[in-house]
Write a protein that binds this ligand. Structure first.
Ligand SMILES: Nc1nc2c(ncn2[C@@H]2O[C@H](COP(=O)(O)OP(=O)(O)OP(=O)(O)O)[C@@H](O)[C@H]2O)c(=O)[nH]1
Ligand SMILES: [Mg+2]
Length: 368
């Protein structure tokens, strides 16, 4: 299957300058290109060489702080394919941009701003990048204020515009980068900080606009910053936001396939009934040509139904592999501001209650 036949989706990571977007991309690609639990990422060979080269530099402990990429100076687009056991599942687009572009509408580079805005508006999942360094201090309120100042204050505007344009909010992961730099917090302190820093998307009491939000701490390595950034590179959790985005998209695909399966089953049944009626009719009136035509059509529908069923079963299997990891590793999940127990049930609930989300996926991917 070439990439043009694959279902495709789009993710955007929203984060200000220095919040860790480029490092996230490099680490995530390196980790997933090698394969994780049978899932792997591929891209074109130039991009592959480029991303690996930059990752190798980050591995060079002798460079200290200089091992990291320079700040991004222009938006770059990437296209990845996710496979399981070498079978392509879905492709997704990614944009890496200078964090300053989030603020450019007022300060100048309107073209970069518009490109980014359009990428965001067309994304099926959003990742909000919170710099883990901000999560330090004696007081949860102060930490939340700091996050508002340096992150959520600007990002809320993008979410609001998404909601106004699309009439729903996409599944969103608050990705806490550099979590090796966060101070240790109890679960209830994390929740308090998130609720205050992201109050518009985590407020309870509004079930009109469904909001799926989870929090995923990620890091390039627990010791990376020690001894002047000469610590070992050992990425953690970088695959989880991608798994989350893919889970939502493949779930939409599964629902569409189930609908198609039901459609062909119905068509097949009504054809069979029609044929049987004809076959049972008095031989003088029996239309043998119609019977032959119907049987031909039955064969076509049977073949299609079989193909779709096989595809459906394989999508569900991919999904259950993803949800197994996500259920285990994603602990902080909210639906319409209420804390939830498991990823899978909450994600499925969101899709069921948000037809606009499914419609958007369908209009992007259903060609016929
Ligand atoms: N301790 C630690 N530091 C990190 C980690 N990831 C990134 N950093 C640091 O954060 C800096 C900024 O990361 P970038 O990925 O360049 O940030 P960005 O969001 O792409 O920034 P712009 O390109 O300017 O928008 C890096 O140079 C590293 O010093 C991490 O996991 N742990
Ligand atoms: Mg960057």
């Amino acid at each position: 299957m070439d990439n043009t036949e694959l279902d495709s989706t789009q993710f955007t990571i929203l984060g200000l300058t220095g919040s860790g977007k480029t490092c996230y991309l490099l680490g995530m690609y390196k980790k997933m290109a090698a394969g994780m639990k049978g899932f792997s990422l591929t891209t074109d060979s130039d991009t592959d060489v480029n991303l690996r080269r930059r990752y190798r530099r980050m591995e060079d402990q002798s460079l200290g702080i200089n091992r990291f990429p320079a700040g991004t100076d222009q938006p770059d687009s990437y296209s990845f394919t996710l496979s399981h056991a070498m079978e392509s599942i879905m492709s997704f687009d990614w944009i890496d941009y200078p964090g300053g572009a989030l603020d450019e509408q007022t300060s100048g580079n309107l073209e970069a701003f518009n490109k980014l805005e359009s990428h965001i508006q067309n994304s099926s999942s959003l990742f909000i990048c919170v710099d883990g360094e901000l999560i330090n201090g004696d007081d949860c309120d102060e930490i939340a204020e700091n996050i508002k100042d340096k992150c959520s204050g600007i990002i809320n505007n993008f979410l609001k515009r998404y909601k106004d344009k699309n009439k729903f909010l996409p599944p969103t992961a608050i990705v806490v980068t550099k979590c090796d730099m966060c101070q240790e917090l109890e679960d209830d302190e994390w929740e308090e900080i998130l609720r205050e820093a992201f109050s518009p998307i985590l407020a309870e009491g509004n079930d009109k606009c469904n909001r799926f939000v989870c929090c995923i701490p990620v890091s390039l390595g627990s010791e990376i910053s020690s001894n002047g950034y000469k610590g070992i590179l050992k990425p953690r959790n970088l695959e989880l936001p991608i798994y989350m985005g893919i889970y939502f998209s493949t779930m939409c695909k599964a629902i569409c396939l189930r609908k198609k399966m039901e459609f062909y089953k119905k068509q097949l049944n009504s054809l069979r009934n029609e044929t049987q009626k004809e076959e049972n009719s008095f031989f003088i009136w029996r239309d043998n040509e119609k019977i032959a035509k119907n049987k031909e059509m039955e064969d076509i529908y049977r073949k299609l139904e079989k193909e779709i069923t096989e595809n459906f079963v394989s999508v569900l299997a991919d999904n259950s592999r993803l949800s197994e990891v996500l259920n285990k590793k994603v602990e902080m999940i909210f639906f319409n501001g209420k804390r939830q127990e498991t990823f899978e049930n909450t994600a499925d609930d969101f899709i069921e209650k948000t037809p606009e989300f499914l419609n958007k996926w369908q209009s992007k991917n259903e060609k016929s």
